[in-house]
Structure formats: C-alpha cells, structure tokens
Design a protein around this ligand. Sequence first.
Ligand code: AMP
Ligand code: ZN
Length: 436
Amino acid sequence: MAKRFWDEAAETMARPELEALQLERLREAVGQALKTSFYKPRLEGIGISSPGDVRSLADLARIPFTTKDDLRRAFPYGMLAADRRDVVRMHASSGTTGIPTVIYLTAGDVARWTGFLARSLNATGADSNDVFQNMMTYGLFTGGLGMHYGAEKVGMMVIPVGPGNASRQLKLMKDFGTTTVHATPSYLLHLHSKLAEEGIDPRDLELKRAFCGAEPYSEDTRRKIEALYGIEVFNSYGLSEMNGPGVAFECERRDGMHLWEDGYILEIVDRDSLEGVKDGAMGEIVLTILCREAMPILRYRTRDLSSVYPGECPCGRTHRRIARIMGRTDDMLIINGINVFPSQIEEVIMAMPEVGNNYLILVEKDGALDRLTVKVEIGPLAFADDSRPLNALRDRIRDRLQASISINPRVELHEPGMLPVSEGKAKRVVDERTRI
Ligand code: AMP
Ligand code: ZN
C-alpha cells in the first residue's frame, strides 16, 4: 500500500527547519563548487572562498546565475567536483535548445535522486500493486533510467519498454495489466488514436494513472488524456541539469507540483530584471541543486516559466508548489510584435471537443509581416461530405484564437494522422522566419 508519506519527516518539515536545512546544504554545495575549476574563481571573486562565507540563505543572491552556456563552456569536466573514479553515471540533456549538456552522478547522487522520485511516486498513490510501463526514452535522457529507479524503489513492477511502437505498447499493457505509464502527453494522445484504430477501448485496460512531463502541456490537454483513458494524469517536472524527473511532482491532489525544497533551492525571477518576484507572480525558475556531490550547480537559469502557488497543500506536504510550466523564455514567439506562447494556442484548440490529437504552429514571413498558421487535426467524424460544418469549425477556431492571442491566424483543418508525429518531445512549432 502506498504510504501517506514516503519520508514523513522530510516531506512535512516545518518551514524554519526546512530553511535551516537548506542553509546547511547550501554551504555543502558551495564547498563542492569551490572544488571545480568553473566555480572556484567565480565564488572567490565575490568573497566566497570557504563554505562558512555563506552566512544566510540571502547570500545566495550574491552568487551569479549559471546558464546552459556556462555548462557548455565547462564541458567536459569543468564542473566536476568529485574524483572521476567516484562517478558512476553520466546523463545528457536532450538538447531542446542546442548542443547537449552533461551531468555526472556518484552512487550517493543516484541514491538521493531515486529518493526524490520514490517520494514523488508514492505521493501519487503508486506502490507494489502497480505494473509500470515506462514509455520514456532510456539512454542519455534522464526520463527513462531516472524514473525507472524511482519506480523500482516504491516496488512497482517496471516494464522498461521505452517509447514508440504503439502496437507493442498496447500488447504489453494488455498482457501484463499495466496500471501506470510514464510518457510525454503528446505520445499518450498519439497512442490513443492507435487504440481506436485497433478497436481497443482504453477503459477496458487496467490503466489508472500516468506521469506526464518533459514538454509543456495545458490543463485542457491533461483533462483530455484523463477523459480519453479514464485515468489520472500527474504532472512531472524536471530537467537533466537538476538530475531529471523528481524535481517537482504533483501529489494526489493534482493541483500544483511540490518542488522538493530539501533538494533544491527555488527562486522565481523576473524574466527581464532577473530580480525575485512575489509569490504567485510568473517568472523564470532558477534552481540550486543541494546534495549533489559530483556536480554542484548554483542558481541555474532553467528558462522555464512558472509561479509559486500561494497557500499550503491540503495533503500535508510543506514543500511549496509550482504551477504548470507556461513555456520557456526561449520558445516565446513574437508575431508582429505580439508575444505568444505556443501553450496559449494549445489551450484554445485542445478545449474544443471537435479537435483531434495533433496540431502544428507555423510562423512565416508574409512580406514585411509575420503570418501565423495553425494546422489542426480534427476527429474522424468531422470530415463529412458537406463542407459547410468544416468551414464553420475553422472560423470558430480562428475566432477563439484571435480572442486569446490577439492575432488573426490562418487555420487549416487536417484529417487524423496527416500531421507529423515525433516519438520524443513533440515539435509543435515551425518558425520559418529564422531560416535564411
Ligand atoms: P531535459 O533536460 O532534456 O530533460 O529537458 C528539460 C526541459 O523539459 C525543462 O527545462 C522544461 O522546459 C521541459 N519540461 C520538463 N518537464 C516538464 C513539464 N512537466 N511541463 C513542461 N515542461 C517540462
Ligand atoms: Zn500536496
């Protein structure tokens, strides 16, 4: 049986105690960072030459941010704080924004990461009664192995299938009575169309929950997946620089993701001034990883946009919750001077029941102006002989988009299966303007 808490003392720690622990662990992280060729000169330059020079949590603000470019500059071993012989694993980011970046873990680091995942999965109700099909990519990407270790820790039976091959996924789900899956939201939507093709009603499967993350998705997409499969979807947030999944996870309330503050120091900063924002305001997530021996990272600019949830969670966990990721500071589109997040477009179209499981946002130059086209897959029933309802649907989508994003897009309707599908993170935006 899933326990109410995996690690009650840690998960329900009172705020002052939690902050005292953070300070102690920040000092250790700074001590590790001082062992690296990257951080040593940086920290000494601001008067921090030993862990004791960090006197309070407020001192964190003196430390410069670390960026993805810094990680690349320190490649391959510039941020390594442990003896190479104590490193048991490396992972690399999927390179959403360019060249991959590498992280290292000692055996202790792997164990601590697994602990955060076990705590997260237990909070969703997962336990040894569950059969867990991990549809995330194994290999350099952290979503495969990371989640695998956490799932074993809580006692689930793991099917380490990885992504792709929908028919095999379905067969495994049926043969072994899979109760829990881990996948990108776009893959679950895709898989559902395959189920429909094979005449399988997902409600006849044993499936009861999914962990979804790795790419932004809206609340409507969550609800859509929940309704299609008759399951509960838990939002899972992480990034390879901060180990991977297990940084923040939804508990059984599915209302904001608890960010494990005994493992990470959370800051939300204004995207322009980089000053901390008030609780509840949106900004960029900045994270400092605590307790990572092999590779300390201080004040990492994630580029992910979110906000801190006000108030405490009724579940009893004291770690603050962050809101669903709104997008990244670097996937924001500026179309004819107007800022648009792909997630805003997704929110509008996924809220419409006629819309199918896939869409594509295309931005092109049209003379001096930008032109936005939203290609939408619609459900099989919508393509009837009579084109009038289709025109009406197209107009309705366009009007709703215009009301939400203040841009009048072109809308194209496509039959199911006509838009490209990717196995990993979905590529939903094609920006032709950046090509020469
Ligand atoms: P990677 O380092 O390859 O694991 O990619 C990490 C990035 O994936 C994060 O910085 C986010 O931009 C994105 N990501 C991960 N989980 C989520 C989630 N639950 N919602 C939205 N975006 C996510
Ligand atoms: Zn909670």
